[in-house]
Design a binder for this molecule. Structure first.
Ligand code: GLA
Length: 412
């Protein structure tokens, strides 16, 4: 019996089924290859800030081709995304062909020459990412890296790959879903990547069953998925995003929680919902991997993905953890202290109606008497009014008011 990672059941359901069913190794299959003894690999020094770029899955899924990847690289430059910090152009599942006689993985007919594609992307000042699985097959049932980890890492390096998303998925055809097995298969590829000369950002894709934020860094990974696959709707995005607040303490340079790729611009949510998506991911220091067609972005989509004031929140070096400071009805109030001493406050309206609210700046400074403050509205790009230490906002349904509150020492 085979389960795919993304279809037809959500990852959580599949996980329960796998745990209940104990082993999903195919009857008569060869015994599972041994896994390395657990140890903590050294930090590879990459991804000091959360990775930014684009990934093919959310928009193209199995249709992605070499020509599309080139077009996305072109668009990333032409739209100003590259200048705003987006650098990785990541090919997700379905690029894989078969192995040659020497066991080397070949791309399929959609990708005639991976090295030439990498050269093309690099010539634009961008980086190229790829996808595989520790199992014999990937989520979409293409060839995985099982038993070929080091060989594949070498092939990726020879092609010029800069980023690997490595998806547990097909490994459940070989190994039971235990913590040791999950950790072991990821460590195995982490060790392989550490042996090749080329720096390759290492991104784990898995569910949250075994809490990868607690051990992902030890496998050599730079980021780890913490959620089910995101969908282009409010419920999915809200559930993935706000759940992260429980684990923000695990985020540190080179090691990021990944609530999945962005859906901004794919059409299933309102502009307010997409602003919430971008704001929340930025407050969480989550990877910003756009998942839309970059050639056909509306002005509104661009204003969201290219909002440099919000990107700056996401990309802060050595970020402190974001935390919920209050909930009021449908309003979820989240704050993060920035390294310059300012505080970013996200007033998230998770309800169905618009909300007018005002709050005292002292509340976000944890009771300290507020100094005169400058309040920057990161979406309106204006300075918000402060009246006797209070700020008033109108937050639309499913929208956000994202404010950066700094002391105005000049006004003391
Ligand atoms: C899983 C991952 C997705 C995507 C698909 C590809 O579902 O979680 O992000 O990579 O596999 O098959």
């Amino acid at each position: 019996m085979q389960f795919t990672c993304n279809h037809p059941w959500p990852r959580a359901v599949m996980t329960i089924l796998m745990m209940a069913g104990a082993s999903f190794a195919t009857a008569g299959a060869a015994p599972a290859l041994p896994l390395p003894a657990p140890r903590n690999l050294p930090d590879n020094g990459l991804a000091r800030t959360p990775p930014m770029g684009w990934n093919s899955w959310n928009h193209f899924a199995g249709r992605i081709t070499d020509a599309d990847v080139r077009a996305m690289a072109n668009a990333m430059v032409a739209t100003g995304m590259k200048d705003a910090g987006y650098v990785y152009v990541n090919i997700d599942d379905t690029w894989e062909g078969k192995r040659n006689a020497a066991g080397e993985i070949q791309p399929n007919e959609k990708f005639p020459d991976m090295k030439a594609l990498a050269d093309y992307v690099h010539a634009k000042g961008l980086k190229l990412g790829i996808y595989s699985s520790p199992g014999p097959t990937t989520c979409a049932k293409f060839e995985g890296s099982y038993g070929h980890e080091l060989q594949d890492a070498r092939t990726y390096a020879a092609w010029g790959i800069d980023y690997l998303k490595y998806d547990y998925c097909g490994a459940s055809d070989v190994y039971q879903l235990t913590l040791d097995n999950q950790r072991g298969v990821f460590q195995k590829m982490g060790e392989a990547l550490a042996k090749v000369e080329r720096p390759i950002v290492y991104s784990l894709s898995l569910g949250n069953v075994h809490e990868p934020w607690k051990w992902g860094a030890g496998t050599g990974a730079n980021l780890w998925r913490t959620t089910d696959d995101i969908k282009d709707n409010w419920t999915s995005m809200e559930s993935n995003g706000f759940a992260q607040l429980a684990i923000t303490g695990y985020v540190k340079p080179g090691h990021w929680n990944d609530p999945d790729m962005l859906e901004v611009g794919n059409g299933g949510m309102t502009a307010d919902e997409y602003r919430t998506h971008m704001s929340l991911w930025a407050m969480l220091s989550a990877p910003l991997l756009a998942g839309n067609d970059l050639r056909t972005m509306t002005g509104e989509t661009k204003s969201i993905l290219l909002n440099r004031e919000v990107i700056a929140v996401d990309q802060e070096a050595m970020p402190k953890a974001a935390h919920r400071i209050d909930t009021r009805g449908d309003m979820d109030i989240i704050a993060r202290t920035m390294n310059d001493g300012s505080v970013v406050v996200g007033l998230f309206n998770r309800g169905k109606s618009d909300v007018d609210m005002s709050f005292d700046l002292a509340e976000i400074r944890r009771g300290k008497t507020p100094k005169p403050a400058v309040v920057r509205d990161l979406w309106a790009h204006t300075t918000a009014a402060v009246d006797k230490g209070r700020v008033s906002v109108n937050v639309p349904s499913h929208g956000v008011s994202l404010l950066r509150v700094a002391s105005n020492d000049a006004g003391k």
